[in-house]
Design a protein around this ligand. Structure first.
Ligand SMILES: [Zn+2]
Length: 123
C-alpha cells in the first residue's frame, strides 16, 4: 500500500532533496509551493518521485524526471537551493518588458471597465 502524503522527501540527487512545503520559483518567475510528492508506479520505476507544486494560478505543476536529468534547468529555486546559472538575463529582461506591457494594458482596461460602470450607474 502506498501513502503519498506520508512520503515527504523525494531524493533528487546527493545534494538536493525536495520536501512538501518547499518554495519553487521557475525561470519564468512563477512562484509556488510543493504540495505533494507523487508515489505512482512509474515514478517508482524511474527512481524519482515527482514533486507536484501549486503555482499562483492554482495550477498543478510537476517537477519531472526529465527536469531532474536536465539539472532542473527550468527552475531558479527549489527549496533552499538556488540555480543562478539557469538565469538567462536577456530572456529575463524581455519577460519583464512583456509583462510590464501587459500590466499597462490591463490597467487601461480596468479604467475603461470602471468608466463603463460609472456611465451606466444611473440607468
Ligand atoms: Zn508519479
Amino acid at each position: 500500500m502506498t501513502e503519498p502524503q506520508t512520503k515527504k522527501v523525494a531524493l533528487v540527487s546527493s545534494d538536493i532533496t525536495i520536501n512538501i512545503g518547499d518554495v519553487i520559483i521557475d525561470i519564468h518567475g512563477n512562484r509556488g509551493v510543493v504540495d505533494k510528492i507523487c508515489d505512482c508506479d512509474k515514478c517508482k520505476e524511474r527512481g524519482f518521485y515527482e514533486p507536484v507544486w501549486i503555482d499562483a494560478y492554482a495550477n498543478q505543476e510537476y517537477i519531472t524526471e526529465s527536469d531532474r536529468s536536465s539539472g532542473f534547468s527550468s527552475y531558479f529555486q527549489i527549496g533552499s537551493h538556488r540555480f543562478p546559472e539557469h538565469v538567462d538575463r536577456g530572456n529575463t529582461l524581455s519577460q519583464i518588458n512583456k509583462l510590464e506591457r501587459e500590466a499597462a494594458q490591463a490597467a487601461r482596461r480596468i479604467e475603461n471597465l470602471r468608466m463603463m460602470l460609472e456611465v451606466t450607474d444611473d440607468e
